[in-house]
Design a protein around this ligand. Structure first.
Ligand code: ANZ
Length: 883
């Protein structure tokens, strides 16, 4: 009864494939369950054991739900645009589509070898023109949508009401007005630019010293025309939508922080000597009396006007230097504050005092209005700045009980907590908030500002417009044409998809445009009137394809529309989405944004895409380091009696747990695990390692352990001599039903590791008893099936069943077998558990005491001692105090 997994597994994989066992039909008569995995980027390295962790979990649930009578949608695909294929193309000239195809084929082969029950007829690939046709279509929708503030929803741009005043200004003004409302727009945006590589760099590619990670050349800030998406309009909706989602709290919090809603006010300060106002955003309008200077961001549009003649050179030099810094560098609290005085003053509206206007890079252009009123007495950054540049500090909140009150009142320390207002009245303007508390202070000042028409309450979001273009070849082309007269038009739906041209050269063009600028034939277009145009050369970022892929699985081969409406209504929302925690913000926020826009436009029927989210924990591996902490590759390590030594130096090494990485040579390839132990062992071990959401190290021994379990299962359950007819033994029947209940409960709660333990316990019992009935054996095969489907199918067919068990009904728990008539008590002596004893539930206490004390196992713990107390808690514990 040898467990020949290498024969069993390919046989069933072939059966499933040939019979299309897991093909999903849109059977509306059944309840649906949509289980989604985060689809992989098909890298050249193939799968690592981290991928199958989430995939196995969702596969177990899918197989279980099918047996529970659900119509399960469980698809797989590839997020296949991306830089590596393009870089490979630059080096070798191999078209990225070819590399990608090869990698996808390898991923598919690897995934199939794990026996995952995907419906392969629904496979999608973001680089397939039949797929990205619809990515382009959605982009067009974004372009043609505006956000109606009043209704808090996206609406077709054709419904936008143009104010009369704008109309009066003429056609250009109307166009500009519409352009400002579109959710997708084309504008100058600041990007990092590497002059030696002639490419835009992502923030992550720029090192802290301002150099390009790849070539060491100093990058510069450059203004380039880019596509941007107005995601901040959906800030409020994205925030509120989180409430009803069954997502990890940590992920929700990260999204909340990223959205970063704050409430405050915009206030206009008159600029001395100019007929202009400087508008600031503040969360603390109540501190206006403490505003002793102002700061504008170096990129602020009024800088040139504000700077006085004698300060021009200094300010210009400062702005140049600031352009080289990242936002993080600029706002880091620990960094030294820098800035320069513009020579000009503003008028503080609450007391008419003149306060200096500075340019400083700790104020960012992309947040609020890009200008602030600085309140050094009560804001740490402003305090540091004022100290550095010797600016007046005016304390307006009495810290009352603070230890260093005198220091604070004198402006020698910063106070950021609440307090009672002082120095907060002005005879000249009539405003007085002295004595109020913070909430009342804010309210009074905002009302006063609104009454005077110089300020209003506003909400701000940290969320910025999403920079939605890259200077790359291997991405979705924008369906956009820029005409010589300045007009921008989109490619008509019937001409989608707009495919990528074939190129000889994948290196970026001289001008810094994407390689698409080299594709002359593709690039230049002429309309029927002879007007010349040029296609957009940027491509979409990798996020685009992954923003909506879950929708295409619903109807992946539909050529006429993005999907069938009825199918979408049936399948959405996704019931469970499983993937890595690294996608807590960007991917999940971006797809929620697109989904909400599509919802507003009536394309999808739900407001949120993913009802439940679960993050699997990262799989780590053992690694080795020397006494000085130097890492040693795993192939240079040998084990002797539980200790680890360097094979070359003989030095003893420390075993640590680290991320799998090529350099540590500790990456585990699922192909190797399958070759040694089989796919069912791989699956089982992935789940048995520990709770799904925890980080845990891969250990070869553990794989051996679950392999031994499966081999024991096979030796017993595949042995006809062990499978008998007749009535099942009472104890076996009871444990079987307890096991069904436990496995079911654990699958429903994604606690796969403990479900496996229950299966192991049952297997031990069966082996101990030496036989089980055929009915029991069949039931066991069914509850084993989600975990170890190849083995389960094999046993099932051995028992004479002709068809797959994938759609057999999940066994019903016989509750009557579970009602307890006895309980197994742990028995402790002086608080230490010594043995367990099974006692009838209806046994009176005095008889229990007699039985326990008379048990031969108790004698050892009572020898030479007397029983002082016998504590008995029904259905819980027995504790005996002896002394
Ligand atoms: C005066 C003030 C007094 C402020 C005080 C704070 C405390 P959050 O809460 O993150 O929204 N600020 C506004 N725009 C800024 C920009 N573009 N770059 C840097 N800082 C900016 O932060 C809002 C506060 O950050 C605003 O309120 C403003 O400083 C500053 F006791 O105004 B406050």
């Amino acid at each position: 009864m040898e467990y020949k997994f290498a024969e069993i597994e390919p046989k069933w994989q072939k059966y499933w494939e040939e019979n299309k066992t897991f093909k999903t039909n849109d059977d509306y008569s059944k309840p649906k369950y949509y289980i989604l995995d985060m689809f992989p980027y098909p890298s050249g390295a193939g799968l690592h054991v981290g991928h199958p962790e989430g995939y196995t979990a969702t596969d177990i649930l899918s197989r279980y739900k099918r047996m529970k009578g659900f119509n399960v949608l469980h698809p797989m695909g590839y997020d296949a645009f991306g830089l590596p294929a393009e870089q490979y193309a630059m080096q070798t000239g191999t078209h990225p589509a070819i590399t990608t195809q090869k990698n996808c084929d390898n991923f598919r082969r690897q995934i199939k070898a794990i026996g995952l029950s995907y419906d392969w007829d629904r496979e999608i690939n973001t680089t397939d023109p039949k797929y990205f046709k619809w990515t382009q279509w959605i982009f067009k929708k974004l372009y043609d949508t505006y956000f109606d503030e009043e209704q808090q929803k996206g609406r077709p741009i054709s419904e936008l009401v143009i104010p009369e005043a704008v109309k009066a200004e003429g056609e250009e003004a109307v166009k500009a007005y519409i352009g400002e409302k579109r959710l997708a727009y084309y504008d100058n945006a600041q990007v990092w630019w590497c002059n030696s590589c002639k490419t835009v760099c992502a923030n992550e590619e720029v090192l802290t010293d301002g150099s390009h990670e790849k070539c060491g050349n100093t990058v510069i800030r450059k203004n380039l025309k880019q596509w941007l998406l107005r995601i901040p309009h959906y800030g409020e909706r994205l925030l509120n939508g989180l409430e009803n989602l069954d997502w990890p709290e940590g992920v929700k919090d990260m999204q909340r922080n990223w959205i970063g809603k704050s409430t405050g006010a915009e206030v206009d300060f008159a600029i001395d000597g100019l007929d202009k106002n400087l508008r600031v955003y503040t969360t603390r309008p109540d501190t206006l009396f403490g505003a002793t200077y102002m700061v504008i961001a170096p990129e602020h549009e009024l800088v040139d006007e504000i700077v006085t003649e004698d300060k021009k050179d200094a300010v210009e030099a400062y702005i140049k230097a600031a352009a080289l810094k990242s936002d993080l560098d600029r706002t880091d609290l620990a960094k030294e504050k820098t800035g320069v005085f513009t020579g000009r003053y503003a008028v503080n509206p609450v007391n008419k005092q003149l306060i200096p206007i500075w340019v400083a890079d700790y104020v960012l252009m992309g947040y609020g209005t890009g200008a602030i009123m600085a309140v050094p007495a009560h804001d740490t950054r402003d305090f540091e700045f004022a100290k550095e540049f010797d600016i007046h500090i005016n304390c307006i909140l009495d810290p009352k009980d603070a230890e260093n009150r005198e220091e604070i009142l004198a402006g020698d320390a910063c106070w950021t907590e609440d307090g009672a207002y002082i120095n907060s009245s002005s005879e000249e303007t009539g405003l007085d908030i002295n004595g109020l508390n913070k909430a009342a202070g804010i309210q009074k000042v905002v009302e006063w500002l609104e009454g005077k028409g110089i300020g209003k309450a506003t909400t701000n979001f940290k969320l910025r417009d999403w920079l939605f273009s890259r200077q790359r070849y291997w991405g979705e082309p924008f369906p956009v044409i820029h005409w010589e007269d300045g007009e921008v038009t989109l490619v008509e739906d019937e001409n989608l998809p707009l495919e990528l041209p074939n190129l000889e050269e994948y290196t970026p063009s001289e001008s810094g445009e994407s390689p698409l600028a080299n594709a002359e034939d593709w690039l230049m277009v002429t309309d029927k009137n002879g007007r010349k145009g040029r296609r957009e050369t940027n491509t979409m970022p990798q996020w685009a394809g992954s923003c909506w892929y879950y929708l295409r699985y619903i109807d992946p081969n539909n050529e006429d529309s993005i999907f069938d409406v009825k199918k979408e209504q049936y399948w959405m929302p996704v019931d469970l989405y499983v993937g890595g925690a690294e996608h807590a913000v960007l991917h999940l926020l971006y797809s929620r944004f697109w989904h909400k826009v599509l919802f507003d436009l009536g394309v999808v029927s739900t407001d949120e895409p993913f009802q439940k989210l679960f993050n699997q924990g990262m799989i780590l591996a053992f690694a080795y380091e020397t006494a000085t902490g130097a890492k040693v590759a795993s192939d240079l390590v040998e084990e002797k009696d539980g200790k680890y030594f360097h094979t070359e130096t003989g030095e003893e090494l420390r075993q640590i747990v680290a991320k799998m990485s090529k350099s540590l040579k500790n990456v585990v390839n699922p192909d190797d695990v399958i070759a040694h132990y089989g796919a069912d062992s791989l699956r089982l071990y992935e789940m048995f390692m520990g709770p799904l959401d925890e980080r845990k190290p891969w250990a070869e021994n553990g794989v051996k352990g679950v392999f031994n379990f499966l081999a024991r299962v096979y030796r017993f359950f595949a042995d006809p001599a062990k499978i008998v007819d007749g009535e099942e033994d009472k104890e076996v029947a009871k444990l079987l039903h307890q096991t069904i209940q436990k496995v079911e409960h654990d699958i429903e709660n994604l606690k796969f590791n403990t479900g496996i333990s229950a299966l192991m316990v049952f297997n031990n019992m069966a082996i101990k008893k030496g036989k089980v009935t055929k009915q029991t054996a069949e039931t066991f095969a069914k509850i084993l099936a989600p975990y170890a489907p190849h083995m389960a199918e094999e046993l099932w067919s051995m028992y004479g069943n002709a068809k797959t068990l994938a759609y057999e009904a999940w066994p019903q728990v016989d509750q009557s077998l579970l009602t307890e008539d006895s309980h197994e008590y742990p028995v402790s002596f002086n608080g230490k558990m010594r043995f367990k004893i099974e006692l009838p539930l209806d046994m009176p206490k005095d008889e229990i005491e007699k039985t326990v004390l008379a048990d031969e196992r108790a004698a050892k713990w009572m020898e030479g001692k007397t029983v002082r107390k016998f504590i008995f808690v029904p259905k819980k514990i027995i504790n005996i105090a002896v002394g």
